[in-house]
Design a protein around this ligand. Structure first.
Ligand SMILES: CCCCCCCC/C=C\CC(=O)SCCNC(=O)CCNC(=O)[C@H](O)C(C)(C)COP(=O)(O)OP(=O)(O)OC[C@H]1O[C@@H](n2cnc3c(N)ncnc32)[C@H](O)[C@@H]1OP(=O)(O)O
Length: 302
């Protein structure tokens, strides 16, 4: 469709920005009693979903350049697209990957947690929680095709998947590096890591903010397989093909049995976790650390 084409947006979507994002993210723009707007205003989508050639499988590609940072918009689109895939019973498995060369995701968008107000921090953190809960408890089989750097929130996102394939390129690294920024990975980040690589390895990795190159990530169990860069997505798809042989109901119940207690840890105290985040991130000392870190990232080029 040409960028200037006119579509009708339902009035409810104009009244509620969240609904508008929903509609634009998924192309659910129904031609019912609204006002006309140009699609140009909704042109760039941050999460692409394409059916793969194998039946029942989709590829979800994050497209939020330059580094796929987890902005509020990206998080929102991700959750909405996942929900849409879950509701469409033809899909059983999804590969999560990135469209940004050399970067899977740079993690939380630092501009969302730096220099904003408490209400924004609360809204943002709720969206981060939602992303984690939805991915971690998804009934779908999720395979991360990690085709680039994967720090912090990017690593968390990949850890919610059922299997991780990473590009065997020593330039890339994966890990929860929060302490290097002077911040602390929350308990549910920690729990997700412990469930993946065990307690001792997590303790060391979290305290030191370790970013593992691919070979070490494989050794510690943070990723399941390394392949040449150009085979990451095809390998993820073939892993999914193997998982598809398992009856869904048995696999889903097993996944839920393994993960629900961890998710319940957050579900029981979501509001408290938001309050803790807001008061932690609003501290002057934390804001200073984040500003310095962002400035360092920006200076790299100069
Ligand atoms: C009690 C409860 C307490 C709770 C505490 C809070 C818990 C918070 C939990 C999670 C934290 C996070 O996820 S924080 C994010 C951490 N992420 C990182 O440390 C990664 C930072 N980025 C990089 O290392 C690199 O950018 C890269 C390896 C991902 C890519 O390198 P490359 O050289 O290709 O690109 P640049 O570094 O030049 O970056 C390009 C451009 O993007 C900006 N950028 C990078 N990362 C982020 C980010 N995470 N958020 C926002 N913006 C980012 C970077 O500044 C450059 O911008 P400019 O083009 O303007 O210079």
């Amino acid at each position: 469709m040409a960028l200037t084409a006119v579509v009708r947006i339902p009035t409810r979507a104009l009244l509620r920005p969240w609904a508008r994002l929903r509609d634009s993210a998924l192309g659910w723009m129904e031609p019912v009693g609204g006002v006309e707007v140009s699609t140009q205003r909704f042109g760039s989508q941050r999460v692409l979903v394409e059916p793969a050639s194998a039946a029942g499988v989709a590829v979800m590609t994050f497209k939020n350049p330059p580094v796929n940072s987890l902005s509020l918009e990206l998080l929102t689109e991700l959750v909405i697209n996942l929900e849409k895939l879950e509701n469409d019973k033809t899909f059983r498995g999804v590969v999560l990957t990135s469209d940004c060369p050399g970067i899977f995701s740079a993690g939380l968008d630092l501009t969302e947690i730096c220099g904003r107000n408490p209400a924004h921090y609360a809204e943002y953190w709720k969206a981060v929680q939602e992303m984690w809960l939805r991915l971690y408890l998804s009934n779908l089989m999720l395979v991360a095709a990690i085709n680039g750097a994967c720090p912090a929130g990017g690593c968390l996102m990949s850890l919610t998947c059922d299997y991780r394939v990473m590009a065997d390129n020593p330039k890339y690294a994966i890990g929860l590096n929060e302490t290097l920024l002077g911040i602390v990975a929350p308990f549910w980040f920690k729990d997700t890591l412990v469930n993946t690589i065990g307690h001792r390895a997590s303790e060391r990795a979290l305290q030191l903010g370790l970013l593992f190159p691919p070979t070490e990530a494989l050794q510690v169990g943070m990723v399941d397989r390394l392949v040449p860069e150009d085979q990451v997505q095809s390998t993820a798809l073939s892993v999914l093909a193997q998982w598809m042989a398992i009856p869904d109901h048995a696999r889903q119940l097993t996944k839920n049995m393994m993960r629900k207690p961890t998710a319940d840890g957050l579900l029981k105290k979501r509001d408290e976790d938001i309050q803790n985040f807001v008061s932690f991130i609003s501290r002057d000392s934390i804001q200073k650390s984040l500003q310095m870190y962002l400035a360092k990232l920006r200076q790299k080029k100069g």
